[in-house]
Design a protein around this ligand. Structure first.
Ligand code: PBG
Length: 322
């Protein structure tokens, strides 16, 4: 059997491929930090920065020039909160500024979570004994945060906290307030992963509670596909528009299975900070070519069933894919 006939040159490879990368499918994460004097590179992620409000606008302008127009924003407040009232005004000001400057030229998603706001670094509200997150209070707070982001002009709200029924609470509150056009992208199968390291530096969101040391009591266990499936079915039924698998590369089987199992919604994959940084670190040691490795990983996400990809390298997609 001659299989190499269809591998002879780039023309025939293009024509026969089942995955065609395009920068149109990429979402670029953005970090903006209150009180920061100068933009600062995120450790392990070259070309990703903690931005100041001013540098954020410049960065987005640059990204637009390279053909990247979809973003997910992480607003990091200067002050942590002890109580249950979260002041999200820094983040909403950035959303307003971005939408005022770029309008519908950009599509702006906002990560909805409390981990950058709480002094303990967890994604919800800790009980008094500090040994678990209180679901009801957390969900109420998250829905209010999501509404504030929508009111500020976000095109999409993306809850990443993994509290139960937050999709329902957010969808209901948005609906009650007339935000029926705000897209809800749920981090529906978000695993309790070691690959979030560089992100937690950037978002200042490392869990540091006395009792509750990590996120394994609310994020999905890496060894439990059934839980990932149930989380996604639940979020679909509660009104999510887009579902997600996160991290990406160690969970391509999950992405494949879930996207087959729930084909009626579009799937996002999040190539998280640690996996992106891993490729960069190997490349820095001269052990592989960063650009080719990223393109290969990206191809894998779309082959496995992703309709869109959140990647720290989105801003290079235009240049590299060409
Ligand atoms: C917040 C959140 C996390 C990421 C996105 N939103 C981290 C976490 O759960 O600790 C991770 C993104 C990345 O590593 O790139 N809950």
């Amino acid at each position: 059997m001659n299989l190499r006939r269809l591998r002879q040159n780039s023309h025939i490879l293009d024509l026969t491929s089942s995955v065609t990368l395009t920068p149109k499918k990429f979402i670029q994460p953005l970090f903006v930090v209150e009180g920061l004097r100068e933009k600062k590179q995120v450790a392990g992620l070259p070309s990703v920065f903690q931005e100041t409000p001013e540098s954020l606008l410049k960065q987005v302008e640059k990204d637009l020039e390279t053909g990247i127009s979809k973003f997910i924003l992480f607003g990091v407040p200067g002050q942590k909160t002890e109580q249950r009232n979260f002041d999200v005004s820094f983040a909403t000001q950035q959303i307003t500024a971005l939408k005022k400057t770029f309008g519908s030229d950009i599509w702006l998603a906002t990560d909805v979570c409390l981990c950058s706001y709480t002094h303990h670094g967890h994604c919800g509200i800790l009980n008094e004994d500090g040994d678990h997150l209180e679901n009801g209070f957390s969900v109420q707070a998250l829905a209010e945060v999501a509404l504030a982001y929508a009111q500020a002009g976000a095109d999409c709200v993306a809850p990443s906290d993994m509290m139960d029924s937050r999709v329902h609470a957010i969808r209901s509150l948005l609906q009650e307030n007339g935000f029926d056009r705000t897209v809800l992208m749920s981090y529906s199968s978000k695993f309790s992963s070691s690959f979030y390291g560089p992100f937690r530096e950037a978002a200042d969101s490392t869990p540091r509670a006395q009792g509750l040391k990590d996120r394994s009591s609310y994020q999905v266990s890496p060894s439990n596909y059934a839980d990932a499936l149930r989380s996604c079915l639940r979020d679909r039924d509660e009104g999510a528009d887009i579902l997600m698998v996160k991290p990406g590369l160690p969970y391509l089987d999950v992405l494949y299975r879930l996207s087959q199992e729930i084909p009626d919604l579009p799937w996002a994959a999040y190539e998280v900070s640690g996996e992106y940084a891993g490729i960069e670190a190997l490349a820095e040691k001269g052990l592989m070519n960063a650009q080719r490795a990223h393109l290969e990983a990206w191809t894998g996400f779309f082959r496995a069933g992703a309709s869109m990809l959140i990647s720290y390298g989105a801003r290079f997609a235009g240049e590299w894919i060409r």
